[in-house]
Design a protein around this ligand. Structure first.
Ligand code: HGY
Ligand code: MN
Ligand code: MN
Length: 408
């Protein structure tokens, strides 16, 4: 088994095939959760799983689990996976890599007629990105019981379309109740989406933990008035107030050693150049490896926004949309990944994940860890996202040997 390796060309070709679905003109991928493009990606993945002899299950929140039978039917499956949905300007590798690396593990075991004690499964988790339906990672969160099924199915996008209805529309409203599916362990291969591995010339990131993430919707209300006839000192300008709040959000992150904060969405009403805006909605994404620092950052967000609003005759409301606490992965699964790197002689380093992943929720129901590979310039959530075939193959070989070690 020591010399067993995946088929690097087949993995790369599968990634490029999948990239055709939701391909953007700039070479990226746009498969927002539960859109027709997401359906196309899901359908081709299910077909590929069928070709490898897997039994495919879809659960009630659209998670897909493809099973390769094991010798011991009493063993719970060892699962490898990630997500197929993308950001609007997503790349070819975020999420997709972990799904197709899992499939490549199964294809490799089939090539060599290798049986495992435990079944092996590949998972596609619904709506990891949260770009269309907030909160993010809602498929894995429902699977782990962190949010209830009704809540997950009732989320709506900015056009009022509902998750449950969209699942039915694309044919992925599965019968199995999400979470009624015990798993033995979970490994997620993913591009790092940051610069550390590339800067240090390391091939594999042995991920030990993931920082926390909190999402907020901030609504600022002032008064629509005429841009020409309204004196400057009588205005209640929601966009000017929001601009000051957005600056304050940035300063909240800069005031912390590891803090990160982002305003990614901004909606202005009535959005007319000769009307002082009376209402603005913007989103805030706050992150830190330490839960108590996140609490401090949240407190500061509320204080600064309220101070700015009251000083400008504005009203501000802040709603928490999602909170995923920092997660420590399972020491045994981390060791299996590290042992695989040593066996395969890949350079590696332990690291924390800056990005959130489905593994954060699956870690609540099964021993879990992650495998990172470098991506060019650490760029992700960008159509230029790219990764080297050799690094992708190394991550997949690491996954193969970690999964085999756990399944036997
Ligand atoms: O937002 C995240 O961290 C993930 O990439 N969806
Ligand atoms: Mn991802
Ligand atoms: Mn992502």
């Amino acid at each position: 088994m020591q010399d067993l390796r995946i088929n690097a060309k087949r993995l790369w070709d599968s990634l490029m095939d999948m990239a055709q679905y939701g391909a953007t003109s700039k070479g990226g991928s746009c498969r927002l959760a539960l859109t027709d493009e997401d359906k196309q990606g899901r359908d081709v993945f299910v077909r590929w799983c069928g070709d490898t002899g897997c039994d495919v299950t879809v659960d009630s929140v659209g998670n897909i689990l493809a099973r390769r039978r094991g010798q011991d039917p009493n063993r719970h499956p060892v699962v490898a996976g990630s997500h197929l949905d993308t950001q609007p300007h997503g790349g070819k590798f975020d999420g997709v890599y972990g799904v197709l690396a899992g499939l490549e593990v199964i294809r490799t075991l089939n090539d060599h007629d290798i049986d495992t004690q435990a079944p092996i499964e590949v998972a596609v988790w619904t709506n990891e990105e949260g770009a269309r339906f907030a909160p993010s990672m809602s498929g894995s969160a429902a699977f782990a019981g962190a949010i209830d099924l009704e809540y997950a199915l009732s989320r709506v996008d900015r056009e009022g379309k509902m998750v449950g209805k969209e699942l039915e529309r694309i044919g992925y409203a599965g019968k199995e109740h999400s979470g009624d599916h015990p798993i033995d362990a979970y490994f997620e291969a993913h591009i790092e989406q940051g610069p550390i591995l590339e800067n240090e010339g390391k091939t594999i990131g042995v991920v030990t933990a993931v920082q926390g993430v909190a999402w907020y919707d901030v609504t600022v209300r002032g008064q629509d008035t005429h841009a020409g006839s309204t004196p400057m000192d009588t205005r209640r300008d929601a966009l000017l107030g929001s601009a000051r709040m957005i600056e304050a959000v940035n300063k909240i992150a800069l005031s912390q050693k590891h803090g990160r904060a982002t305003v990614g969405e901004l909606g202005v009403s009535p959005n007319s150049r000769n009307t002082v805006p009376g209402q603005v909605l913007f989103t805030v994404d706050i992150r830190d490896p330490d839960a108590s620092v996140m609490q401090e950052m949240e407190n500061t967000l509320y204080t600064h926004c309220q101070d700015i609003a009251s000083g400008a005759g504005l009203d501000v409301k802040i709603a928490e949309v999602a909170y995923t606490p920092p997660v420590d992965f399972d020491p045994n699964c981390i060791d299996l990944v590290r042992d695989s790197c040593e066996k395969l002689r890949y350079s590696h380093r332990d690291m924390l994940s800056g990005a959130g992943h489905d593994a954060c929720y699956i870690a609540r129901v099964a021993p879990t860890s992650m495998i990172f590979v470098p991506c060019a310039g650490g760029i992700s959530h960008n159509e230029e996202e790219s990764a080297e075939p050799d690094d992708l193959a190394a991550g997949c070989n690491t996954l193969l040997h970690a999964v085999l070690a756990r399944a036997n």
